[in-house]
Each structure stands twice: as C-alpha cells, then as structure tokens.
Design a binder for this molecule. Structure first.
Ligand code: PGA
Length: 262
C-alpha cells in the first residue's frame, strides 16, 4: 500500500495517509480483525468502541466482507457505540441504533446481547443513572480494547463538542449549530436534528487501550491539522487525543492536505 507514516511531536501519535478511503478502511479493518483473532487465541473477548456517520461506512463494509468471505467472527466481541441522539427512538431510521444495525450488526455474527448504544428513548429523569451505568458496563466488560472515531468539522469526537474537557464521561450534551448542519442531510434540515445527544466523554475515549481516528475529504483537513499539529486544547476536542499513548490518525490525502511537511 502506498502510505506515509510519520510521528507527531508527542511521539505516540501516528498518522497514516492513504490514497483513498477504501484502502484506509481496509487498513483499519485488518487491525480490528488482528485484534479479535489475537485476543481469541488467548481465550479473551475483544471490546470495541464504534462510531457512526458517513466516515465509518467503508470500514463497516470491509468488516462485513471479512466476515462473509474470510471467516472473521464477531462471536467473541462486545461493542459499545460512542453516542446517540436525544431524544431518539431506537426504531427511528435517524437513530444510530438503526444505523449500526443496518451497516454492521445485522450483517455479522455479533450477539445482539453484546452490542450497546446509549438509549435515546429514556425519560430525562433516568438519564443520569443511564449514563453512569454505561460507564460501568464498559468497565465491567474489561474496558475498550480499541476505540474507532470519526471527527467533526469542528474537531468533535463522538458528540464531544468544542469545550468538552479531558475528564468528561458519558453524559447528555447540546449539539452545536455546525454539527446540526453537518448532520442535516439525514433529517432534511438542521432544525429537525435533535438538540441533544448522549455521548461517551473524552475520558471514556482516552481510557481505551488503543484509538484509531479516521477522516476523509477536504472538509476535515483543517480539523485534522489542528488536532495533530496544534497544542492540545478543549476548543478542538480531537487534539486532546495527543495525550493518549497509542493513537493513530488514518487519513486520505485530502484530509491530510493541510498538514505541514505533507
Ligand atoms: P461524518 O461525521 O462521518 O458524517 O463526517 C463524523 C463525526 O461527526 O464524528
């Protein structure tokens, strides 16, 4: 594969740049498959943190292909998704629950008892207990082995919008206008996008053993530059990943186009 590997100043942040998103997605899928098989060979389960949005679609397509054509099994996997809109019925075609079932869960052999998303259908007075329980479920599962992330044009990860702090946990957040506009295509207009969401926090993400953030296209290039080459700061939540010991940014050429020395 034609790829460039280089180290960011913090020495543990890797950047891999591919000519296109399909090759990038194949690279990430191979890491996921190797992680599952290695853990399996030691009799262990793999705990994955998963993302939604247009970015992971080629990754999920490749995981489905590996399952159908190359015998990759998800029987020993537990999966926790980053986020869900609030309020949101899981049965709605706008829900991330629906997205995950459509693009991945219904097409692989992952046990339906072993995948979890925040529940956007709960009454407000149950949310504090629910978000605390989500953290507890991840902890009891053994923690996240590998967290997959996309990135918003404003640098958000999950729905951790600018201003989210490094010690934030799973919680209810307000979506910014920029995020509502970016996600409007799915709803018809920004006004129809829910105002809130439930998201894993930055700390929840940083607690993962390994993190892979993927980004495609020119619209992400500036957020990628700030995340990798700017000082870590809460205005660009993805820049806080620089504090993690094992994080890889997997990019296509366009998303990498604003990086210096590229
Ligand atoms: P996208 O969203 O994959 O639809 O660009 C990514 C994100 O907002 O995290």
């Amino acid at each position: 594969m034609d790829q460039l590997t280089r180290k960011a100043p913090n020495k543990s942040l890797h950047t891999k740049v591919f000519p296109n998103r399909d090759e990038a997605a194949a690279f990430i899928a191979a890491i996921i498959a190797a992680t599952i098989r290695e853990n399996e060979s030691e009799g262990k389960k793999t705990v994955l943190g998963l993302a939604t949005g247009s970015t992971p679609i080629p990754l999920y397509n490749e995981l489905v292909r590996l399952h159908k054509k190359e015998g990759l099994s998800f029987k020993n996997v537990t999966a926790f998704n980053l986020d869900e809109y609030y309020p949101m019925q899981p049965s709605s075609k706008h829900s991330y629950y629906y997205f995950m079932r459509t693009h991945l869960f219904n097409k692989i052999d992952l046990d339906p008892q072993q995948y979890f998303l925040p529940n956007g259908a709960l009454p407000e007075d149950e949310l504090a207990a629910h978000t605390a329980n989500y953290e507890e479920m991840i902890r009891k599962a053994g923690g996240l082995d590998l967290q997959i992330l996309g990135i918003g044009r404003n640098g958000h990860i999950g729905f951790n919008e600018p201003g989210s702090t490094a010690d934030s946990l799973t919680r209810v957040v307000h979506l910014t206008q920029s995020t509502k506009e970016a996600n409007a295509f799915d709803f018809g207009s920004p006004e129809l996008v829910p105002d809130k969401a439930i998201t894993m926090g930055i700390k929840t993400i940083l607690n993962a053993k390994k993190i892979i953030l993927m980004a495609w296209g020119k619209s992400k290039a500036e957020a990628i530059r700030q995340s990798i080459q700017g000082a870590p700061n809460t205005h660009v939540p993805a820049s806080l990943l620089q504090n993690h010991h094992d994080v890889t940014f997997v990019l296509d050429e366009e998303a990498a186009s604003e990086l210096r020395n590229h």
